[in-house]
Design a protein. Structure first.
Length: 278
């Protein structure tokens, strides 16, 4: 494997990590789930609160913010351009050939790592590390994001019919594994950024590794992975925007407190399981 190609892929991964982390909210902001969804509370002294209010005036994580479209929009845009761009197609093939040149075995870790950030969101809560939302509210957000991501990925695959690098099928664009991983990473970042930024960074590192191994295992082109990352991130952003309306319209608080969702995988299927205790 030539070092220059690995460096090229890792440079793109580093850009995704840096760009996403730069969009993160300050540590001092948190959402009180017992208040109206339009209310943002601030921690600290009165002086600190005043400074935070000046900087974060009118900011609400549930409201649409065009800035949040920059990173996922760029990633998706590069992926779409790659469907027709001769230069990007050439880059895809170059990276594939260089990575495959000296590979003796494949690693299927990406089949499992795609779910790690998502599982960590619930696992931390189970261990007593509280995020911004309880199980019920988190389940609504995750369920919405997963549905948006799944529909987007599968519809796009059927429309574009891009052949996989290994020639096994014509459903390469975008990468579903990568979309799932980055969806979980963005959810983890948003829920636990106030606890520690490193939690979100770790989630994105796992997601980036998942994307890398999709290319390494000859299952996806680089542009598939970039587009998948964008779809995953954007799905979570959209889920937060839709959360207040979905929560108030379809769910009641007493049900939300007794709801738990978790990923599952077997030889025949994989997906999410949801348990509601009445």
């Amino acid at each position: 494997m030539k070092t220059i190609e690995v460096i090229r892929v890792l440079t793109i991964v580093a850009f995704v990590l840096k760009s996403t982390v730069s969009m993160a909210q300050p540590d001092s902001v948190y959402i009180d789930n017992n208040t109206d969804s339009d209310t943002v509370l601030f921690a600290g002294s009165n002086e600190v609160q005043e400074k935070q209010a000046l900087v974060l005036k009118h900011r609400n994580p549930y409201k649409f913010n065009p800035v949040q479209l920059v990173v996922p929009g760029t990633l998706i845009g590069v992926g779409i351009i790659g469907l027709e761009s001769d230069w990007l197609k050439y880059q895809n093939k170059e990276i594939k050939e260089e990575l495959q040149e000296n590979i003796d075995r494949k690693f299927t870790i990406d089949d499992f790592s795609q779910y790690v950030p998502m599982a960590a969101t619930y696992g931390l809560n189970l261990c007593g590390v509280k995020g911004k939302h309880g199980y019920g509210d988190l389940t609504i957000i995750l369920g919405t994001a997963y549905a948006l991501m799944g529909v987007t990925v599968n519809v796009t695959k059927n429309l574009t019919k891009v052949e996989r690098p290994d020639g096994s099928a014509r459903n390469s664009f975008p990468s579903g594994h990568t979309a799932t991983a980055f969806m979980g990473a963005e959810l983890l970042r948003r829920e636990y950024w106030n606890v520690s930024p490193w939690i979100g960074i770790a989630g994105y590192a796992v997601a980036a590794g998942t994307g890398f191994f999709r290319i390494y295992n000859n299952r996806h082109w680089l542009t598939d992975v970039l587009a998948g990352a964008g779809v995953g991130i954007l799905s979570v952003q959209a889920a937060y925007w839709l959360y207040p309306a979905i929560s108030k319209t379809f769910f009641h608080k007493q049900y939300l407190k007794n709801t738990f969702i978790s990923p599952y995988m077997s030889e025949q299927s994989k997906g999410l399981s949801c348990t509601i205790t009445f």
